[in-house]
Every structure is written in C-alpha cells, then in structure tokens.
Ligand binder design. Structure first.
Ligand code: SF4
Ligand code: SF4
Length: 255
C-alpha cells in the first residue's frame, strides 16, 4: 500500500490484460497471515463445505480485533506442517492440495476473494471506482514465467468472470461504507480502550458484531439482501451500546 500511495505501482482496470501465468508452486498459500475473509467468502465456503458459519469459523477461521479499525476481522487459520524430525516447516492453508508435484486449491470455485484475485490487489481510494494493482514479490514465479513466454490474462476473467467480479465489487462497496459509517454510530476507539481493552461492554459488542458480520446467514435470501440486513443490525447494536453505556462511558461518535 505504501508503494501504491507513492504512485510506484501502476493501477489496472478490470477490462485490461496483465502479464502473468501461475506455475502452481503453492508459495502464495504458505507462511501467510493475511488471507482475510469477508462475509461473502464465508458464505460461499460454508455452502461448499456444507458447514454452518459457526462450524466453519471454529475449524478454519481466526477472529481478532483489527488494529486500527477495532472491528472484528476474520482470517484463515493456517496449519503448521512438521517434518519427520518434528521441526516446523512453516505454515500452510488447510485447503492447499498437491498432485504430481503441482499445488492446487481444494476449494478453488469458492476460494476467498483475496486468493481469487492474487496476484492482483484491490484498491478503492476515497470511495471511488475499484482498481487493481499487480503485487508480485520474489516468492511468486508467475510473473517471470509469463514475461519469458509472453502470457497475458484479462483481469475480469482471472477473477472468475463478470458476474463474480460485479458481485464482489458490490459487496466491497457495502463493506467499505460500513467501515466508514460505523464511526458515525459509535466512538469505537473509546469502547475498545475502556478498562484497558478488557471491558464486558466491548466483549459483548464484539461478539454481536462478529456474528452479524460473519455468522448470520439465511441461505434462502440473496447475498446482498443478507448483507444489508446485517449492516442494519450492526447499526442497531452500536446505537443500543451507546444508550446502554450512557452515564458510564460517553460513546457518542466524534463530530
Ligand atoms: S506463488 Fe504465484 S506462481 Fe506460485 S501458485 Fe501462487 S500465484 Fe501461482
Ligand atoms: S483458499 Fe486456496 S488459494 Fe486461498 S490460500 Fe488456501 S489453498 Fe491457497
């Protein structure tokens, strides 16, 4: 992000092509802590694995407080792989499979957006139109391979086609708006810091909002309808928390 902010990374739109060819080395699925899951990812993975959201989060997720947002963040819980001598060989995603020396994703058609878009990263500054950046580091051999053989991919096709990208962008917009609006509903920094970060008030807010963000699904409803309903629920939880804490902590949002 720092390089992007300095204008060092060129942006690509979803209609453009980029030079890349995956060699299935599996490096991007190892030793990471940043496979973040959004509500749509959880919803799709639950459907694929036939698990409830609660079961999925227990088995594959790790929920924590976002360092600056103070919001519940969910990431994929990686597993440690031990060698024959019992020494750790690093971590890997629980869904990484291998066959004949090539690595593949065992939930490919339902994999999280960050995985589907990799090596592209999504940027949406100041609530404007989404753009993408090519974020290839030294561990990924796909760019070098593609440059040698002149292989190009279309951004939209790479991420699963127009319909998937449309839905994802729609979802991201609602999510970005939530992250922006929530500061107008409650003073989250104050709530998170109350009693050194160990208050029952923040714990209860965190549990309710985590459930609404990642766990409250009705498979009969559309993805968008469900997300909008949950966002409305989060607003109510924030407003109720402000009222409930009145007299003890002033949680009214900063003007
Ligand atoms: S690190 Fe790059 S080349 Fe290797 S599997 Fe991931 S995307 Fe493909
Ligand atoms: S979900 Fe699939 S693509 Fe994503 S990190 Fe795991 S194995 Fe890799």
């Amino acid at each position: 992000m720092e390089q992007y902010d300095k204008g060092l990374l060129p942006t690509i739109t979803r209609e453009q092509d980029f030079c890349f060819d995956c060699v299935q080395c599996g490096e991007c699925c190892r030793n990471r802590e940043d496979i973040l899951l959004n509500p749509l990812d959880v919803f799709r993975l639950c459907r694929k694995l036939k698990l409830s959201a609660e079961e999925f989060i227990d088995k594959y997720g790790e929920l924590y407080m976002g360092y600056s947002s103070k919001m519940p963040v969910l990431r994929m819980a990686y597993r440690t792989k031990y060698g024959v001598n019992g020494i750790s060989e690093g971590t890997r995603c629980p869904f990484l499979g291998s066959k004949d020396g090539l690595f593949y994703c065992r939930v490919h058609d339902s994999k999280p957006f960050v995985c589907r878009s990799f090596p592209l990263g999504r940027v949406r500054k100041n609530m404007e139109e989404e753009q993408y950046i090519l974020q290839v580091d030294g561990t990924c051999k796909g760019r070098a391979q593609a440059e040698r053989q002149q292989v190009y991919q279309n951004v939209e096709a790479w991420m699963g086609g127009k319909e998937k990208v449309d839905l994802q962008e729609q979802y991201s917009a609602i999510f970005d708006e939530l992250m922006h609006d929530i500061r107008g509903w409650i003073n989250l920094d104050k709530l998170a810091d109350y009693q050194g970060g160990n208050s029952a008030e923040y714990a209860s807010w965190f549990a309710l909002v985590s459930f609404l963000m990642y766990g409250n699904y009705d498979f009969e409803k559309s993805d968008e309808e469900m997300l909008q309903e949950n966002v409305h629920g989060i607003q109510k939880v924030c407003e109720e928390t402000v009222k409930m804490c009145n007299g003890r902590i002033d949680l009214r949002p900063r003007k």
